[in-house]
Design a protein around this ligand. Structure first.
Ligand code: ADP
Ligand code: MG
Length: 213
């Protein structure tokens, strides 16, 4: 049986809601340092609604699930991160639908690359701008590398999770070039980007959801 299926997706989103809630205060504190201190609240509200939406609505494929998540995040997350995550998940769903016959480890690459591209286009951001992309891009990149070496889906998900965590940590040394934190210029250096941290948390839960299987 495939791992990257609707059960995995439901578990992924459930783990996201729980772990983001646990990390709410840390995310808010990070956003207080270089933003307006609402990222923890925004993202927690969004993923609580995601869990409810997935439980209450009819959806039958990863594409439909991802689209539902995207719309829920766009509606319920205040702030820049809602439309950014929303666009990412929407693109991810579309990309998976177009590649429905590829093996699981490649499906992860397709998903993470599409999410990263959606965020990049929506936010007009690139690698090193000190945003959530600095977690998604290294995750997508290592996923592609390992999938092409024939690694299995759990190995790909775990490696992507580590790469995202490392990418989020590396934002500490970056100067913010996009979003609210960019108003601080050089003073944004020395702080970790809250959106990169929430993204790393989300990417880590994808690996946990597959490992729980
Ligand atoms: P707001 O900045 O509107 O208060 P949040 O606090 O919820 O929204 O989210 C802030 C996060 O959004 C940042 O830490 C950053 O990772 C991400 N972000 C902001 N602007 C952009 C952008 N243009 N492109 C990509 N990510 C961005
Ligand atoms: Mg904020």
């Amino acid at each position: 049986m495939n791992t990257i299926n609707t059960q995995w997706f439901t578990q992924w989103m459930r783990l996201c809601a729980a772990s983001l809630l646990r990390e709410e205060e840390r995310l808010t504190e990070l956003d207080r340092q270089i933003g307006d201190g609402d990222h923890g609240t925004n993202i927690t509200r969004g993923f609580t609604q995601v869990e409810n939406a997935l439980a209450d609505s009819e959806w039958n494929s990863l594409c439909e699930g991802l689209t539902l998540v995207a719309k829920t995040l766009m509606t319920h997350v205040g702030g820049a991160s809602g439309p950014l995550y929303g666009t990412g998940f929407l693109r991810g769903g579309r990309a998976l639908a177009q590649n429905s016959d590829c093996p699981d480890s490649e499906a992860i690459t397709v998903l993470y690359e599409a999410i990263a591209e959606g965020i990049s286009q929506r936010g007009n951001a690139s690698a090193g701008d000190k945003t959530m992309l600095d977690a998604w891009l290294p995750a997508a990149q290592i996923a592609r590398e390992l999938a092409s070496q024939g690694k299995n889906v759990n190995e790909v998900l775990q490696a992507a999770a580590h790469a995202a965590q490392r990418g989020a940590a590396l934002t500490e040394g970056m100067k913010a070039l996009k979003g609210r934190a960019s108003y601080l210029g050089e003073r944004s250096i020395g702080h970790v980007d809250p959106g990169a941290v929430s993204s790393a948390i989300i990417i880590m839960q994808a690996a946990r959801a597959a490992a729980d299987d």
